[in-house]
Design a protein around this ligand. Structure first.
Ligand code: FAD
Ligand code: SF4
Length: 399
């Protein structure tokens, strides 16, 4: 089933939002169930009904070509590039391509509102989804809130506002549910600007991650797992702290990531029109995937604000991925000197550009495949998309 049955829509509107979460512990708090669209949850929820192939057909008019190695990994696309803003936006996660695009679409009247995530006054990491109607409100949503965010909780407001042209910014699980109910929203035009997403956490999980990993958890304003195999923390005073991936306290962090993220196979946001991340680009650059004509139309709006270069790929990830599977499984943590050394070596000879992106996808898909197999064996066959089965099938997995 590609999208929900419209005859249910009237009944859905009559329903009051509830705090029910039919996906139970696998719920990623995407927000759908905070609205009367909860009525569609059994078909729309990414963790109850995996239907990426069908929704790719609905959105891009075809599903990905599994025999094309780039589409197998990165999904349906017509173009990929590395890019960065000539004048970066201060305080953005990277150079602010996402915020710039949203502002441009609003200023040119292509959309009346933008779904994005600000933070609450009390807590810089507590997500607060909004429909932004001014450039200032979009700018106030810049930078990642690295926690599960109920972006779709504003869907009722969209309908009530009478808005007809909308841009939604979101991560894969939010966008899968959005695509499934898209036809029920009464919109004339929907644009979807996606970011890749992996290893997300609840607010409590984030606190544990910061406390086990950073030297000063309370002053962290921003962090990212970077292409140089280090976590980069930025602190309030502008200083940067780096911690090698291989030095992370895996034994303490094993249960930090949300079960939804441990069972997700849509790292690259397959159903967005345009994706802006970093992992397929050289260090310091952002990575852009144009999935369809709508995505191209969006990117063209800001092209004159960007420096761009073709994507590149270097190195061979396969051995590093194979070795990381049992290491993660057994929660091995290296002493910091060894972790630093390994980080330096792998940075020099390790995978770069698209090969780094494949490294990250392979490592997460093998880990997540094992997680689903062990914890939800009855879901494994239907929940893991065909492309992910092929990717995981390249490696030898423990039982
Ligand atoms: P900005 O201009 O700073 O805008 C950031 C936008 O992100 C804002 O519009 C805001 O509404 C939105 N946002 C913030 N928090 C959330 C949230 N929790 N859920 C949904 N939307 C949110 N890229 C990779 O290549 N690999 C990754 O592994 C990866 N993991 C990510 C994990 C998370 C939780 C998020 C939100 C993003 C991730 N990204 C990843 C994307 C990357 O970190 C940048 O967000 C992206 O490159 C855009 O940078 P920017 O400077 O253009 O964004
Ligand atoms: Fe509902 Fe979204 Fe949670 Fe699924 S992930 S149960 S759709 S809130």
């Amino acid at each position: 089933m590609t999208s929900v049955d419209s005859s249910k829509h009237k009944k859905a509107r009559a329903l009051k939002p509830t705090s029910r979460r039919p996906a139970k512990e696998l719920c990623s708090e995407c927000g759908l169930c905070d609205t009367y669209y909860i009525h569609y949850v059994k078909e729309a929820c990414a963790f109850i009904n995996q239907q990426i192939g069908e929704l790719e057909e609905q959105t891009h008019k075809r599903s990905r070509h599994l025999d094309n190695p780039d589409e197998l990994y990165f999904g349906v696309h017509q173009d990929m590039m590395a890019a960065r803003k000539q004048q970066p936006i201060e305080g953005a996660q990277w150079t602010g391509i996402v915020s710039s695009l949203a502002i441009e679409m609003l200023n040119r009247g292509l959309v009346e509102g933008v779904v994005c995530v600000q933070n609450t006054k009390e807590d810089r990491f507590q997500p607060m989804p909004i429909i932004a109607r001014t450039p200032e409100e979009i700018l106030a949503a810049r930078v990642n809130k690295p926690t599960l965010s109920p972006n779709l909780s504003i869907l009722e407001q969209v309908e009530q506002s009478g808005m007809k042209r909308l841009l939604v910014i979101g991560v894969g699980c939010q966008i899968q549910a959005l695509r499934a109910v898209e036809k029920q929203l009464g919109l004339e035009k929907l644009y979807v600007l996606g970011t890749p997403c992996v290893d997300n956490v609840t607010r409590a999980g984030l606190q544990k991650f910061l406390e086990t990993t950073s030297r000063s958890p309370e002053t962290v304003v921003h962090y990212e797992f970077m292409q140089d195999f280090r976590v980069h923390f930025k602190h309030e005073d502008g200083s940067t702290e780096t911690v090698p991936f291989f030095g992370l306290k895996t034994n303490k962090l094993k249960d930090v990531f949300a079960p939804s993220c441990m069972s997700c196979f849509d790292y690259v946001n397959s159903l967005a029109d345009l994706v802006v991340g970093y992992m397929g680009a050289p260090f310091g650059w952002q990575w852009i995937v144009v999935r369809n004509d709508i995505g191209k139309e969006m990117l063209d709006l800001v092209k004159d604000q960007l420096d761009t270069q073709p994507v590149m790929s270097q190195g061979n990830r396969k051995e590093a991925v194979q070795q990381s599977i049992p290491a993660y499984d057994q929660a091995v943590t290296l002493p910091m000197w060894a972790a630093k050394l390994m980080g330096v070596v792998i940075e020099r000879i390790g995978p770069k550009g698209l090969e780094y992106a494949r490294f990250s996808i392979d490592s997460h898909f093998t880990r997540n495949y094992l997680y689903v197999k062990r914890n939800y064996p009855e879901k494994l066959e239907a929940h893991v998309p065909e492309y992910a089965k092929r990717i995981v099938g390249q490696y030898k997995l423990p039982e």
